[in-house]
Design a protein around this ligand. Structure first.
Ligand code: PYC
Length: 321
């Protein structure tokens, strides 16, 4: 770790800023992270995972974090058009991109006076995105190009039987299922989590090992929205927000089905009832679309993590994937 060392005690200190986006937390490490060298962020993310996984776990896992937390490590961008670079990570590894996290990052950058309302380009391990801080405090993220890879895939899920969904990319890989039962509400989180986990394992075993997020869709709680979702992330935590990348994948599927026109608005509700507005611009590349996700984040803490070398959980309590 290259964080600050306090002289007498040998404690290491790392300032972080926490926020939540539509209920889903993000912890931003603006400085003090490991030196990952130069080059494309995809290579630096690999180096982060291979050589500095203790830093990832120390920052995001218990006892300083929790399974729900996503963290954002600020790094110098590689793409010369980008003002910032970021590598997102969670309780079990690195995320290529993170929509709610990008909204949280923009709120954090505004909070510390590093950005003003307007657009800026941010480099990520899966390509640059454009995020815009709006005058009312919301943030719009034009995500990486997204697309549906396979439609109407049926897998046999132990305990559930056949489950049909789409495989789509929205910055991470998703399996999207329109699920009639159980209802997508907080009283069913345990059942939804075990079902989504079983679906993920079946999808991985059936030939889509890349899928690490499972998304269930049902009717919205508020008639002003189009749909409600439940998203299970790698590491088994469910997304409290409507999931920026999951909503990007959803919009790609809607576009592929001819159910959402370019420029139209899709209001995606989370299991908490919070909402992302989504739409898309037609991508330059064939069937790919450029999703735009809009939501809001709130700062919840400015704090300093402390790492005591005598702490048995100096590097966090690692969560099994
Ligand atoms: O908002 O894209 C997202 C996301 C991915 C994992 C958790 N949130």
């Amino acid at each position: 770790m290259t964080m600050t060392t306090a002289t007498a005690t040998a404690l290491k200190r790392l300032p972080v800023i926490d926020s939540h986006t539509a209920g889903e937390p993000t912890r931003v490490v603006l400085e003090g992270g490991p030196d990952l060298g130069s080059g494309p962020l995809s290579e630096r993310a690999k180096r982060f995972r291979q050589e500095h996984d203790h830093f990832r776990s120390a920052v995001v896992n218990e006892p300083r974090g929790s399974d729900v937390l996503v963290a954002a490590l600020m790094v110098p961008p590689h793409d010369p058009d980008c003002a910032f670079g970021v590598i997102f990570f969670n309780n079990v590894g690195i995320l290529g991109m993170c929509g709610h996290g990008t909204i949280g990052l923009m709120a954090t950058l505004a909070h510390v006076g590093k950005i003003q309302p307007g657009p800026c380009r941010i480099d990520t391990p899966v390509g640059p995105v454009t995020a815009e801080l709006l005058a009312d405090g919301r943030v719009s993220v034009r995500n990486v190009p997204s697309w549906r890879k396979d439609a109407g895939v049926t897998v046999q899920v132990p305990g559930l039987g056949p489950v049909t969904g789409d495989v789509a990319w929205g910055g991470n890989w998703f399996f999207l299922v329109t699920s009639p039962t159980p209802a997508l509400d907080l009283s069913h989180v345990e059942t939804l989590t075990s079902q989504a986990w079983a679906v993920r394992q079946a999808v991985n075993a059936a030939g889509w090992p890349e899928v690490d997020h499972v998304e269930f869709f049902g009717p919205p709680g508020d008639a002003g929205n189009h749909s409600r979702n439940f998203v299970l992330c790698p590491g088994k935590a469910y997304d409290r927000s409507p999931c920026g990348n999951g909503t990007s994948a959803k919009v790609a599927c809607l576009a592929a089905d001819g159910k959402l026109a370019a420029g139209a608005v899709w209001r995606q509700e989370s299991i908490l009832g919070t909402v992302f507005e989504a739409g898309y611009e037609t991508g330059a590349d064939g069937g790919r679309i450029d999703p735009v996700i809009t939501g809001r984040a709130w700062i919840t803490a400015e704090s300093t993590l402390i790492f005591d070398p005598t702490d048995p959980f100096l590097n966090g309590i690692r969560t099994a994937d």
